[in-house]
Write a protein that binds this ligand. Structure first.
Ligand code: ATP
Ligand code: MG
Length: 220
């Protein structure tokens, strides 16, 4: 479903270049849940950004089903993301000027599904009663549950999450992880979660680790 073929990514800062990913390859089966591990600075966020088409690789190919993302223009990538991608960030990144319900309605509209159902998914994450609240009035766990609902409301085939439980206490982290996992499964979305948490790794079907710029499958 998601495939990386020999991806290389180098960042330059002034005179210095830093090779982050070197011939990294991976394959995620449709509907699977994979955890992405690696020490801080190993390239997990870089890899998610490449998978989302938010950044471009120097070399190699990224495929999502039959579409080669590495060949799309910026505009085509933006359209692809609106329809097929959900992203959950470590720091939630909800739209601060929109209430909970509007945060989801905007995503539906961008995906060409204006008028779609937000009630059932907000009930699912336990926040229908808070639909008129603005993000700054919600707790961290509540904001992240909205972010999970927002990442899935338009039925994307690929869901990427960058340390989605990194800023939550144990209990809220567990709840967000369960919701991400169950809701992705129900919608047959492919889920890739970058994490430092052994609990996330244990819940996944497959564990990938970035090591010296390459990707190794640790268990599946
Ligand atoms: N725009 C950039 N310019 C220069 N270097 C960058 C840039 N973005 C990331 N890097 C570097 O690339 C490396 C990988 O960064 P990345 O954010 O992908 O790591 P990570 O595995 O997500 O780490 P963490 O677990 O701390 O979130 C780091 O050394 C980082 O400093
Ligand atoms: Mg990161």
């Amino acid at each position: 479903m998601l495939r990386f073929l020999n991806i290389c990514k180098t960042y330059s800062e002034g005179q210095q270049t830093r090779s982050v990913l070197h011939n990294a390859s991976l394959e995620l089966a449709s509907g699977s849940f994979s955890a992405l591990l690696g020490r801080s600075g190993s390239g997990k966020s870089t890899l998610l950004n490449l998978a989302a088409g938010l950044d471009r690789a120097d070399q190699g190919e990224v495929w999502c089903d039959e579409v080669e993302l590495t060949r799309l223009s910026d505009h085509q990538l933006a359209l692809f993301r609106r329809k097929h991608l959900g992203f959950v960030f470590q720091f939630f990144h909800l739209f601060p000027t929109l209430n909970v319900e509007e945060n989801l309605l905007l995503i539906l509209e961008l995906a060409g599904q204006a008028g779609g159902d937000v009630q059932s998914i907000l009930r699912r994450v336990g926040l229908w009663d808070r639909r008129r609240s603005y993000p700054d009035k919600l707790s961290g766990g509540e904001q992240q549950r909205v972010a999970v609902a927002r990442a899935l409301v338009h039925g994307p085939k690929l869901v990427l999450a960058d340390e989605p439980t990194g800023n939550l206490d144990q209990e809220n982290g567990q709840m967000v992880l369960q919701l991400l996992k169950e809701m992705s499964q129900e919608r047959q979305a492919t889920l890739l979660v970058a994490t430092h948490s052994s609990e996330v790794a244990e819940a996944a079907d497959q564990v990938l680790r970035i090591r010296q710029g390459g990707l190794v499958v640790e268990c599946s």
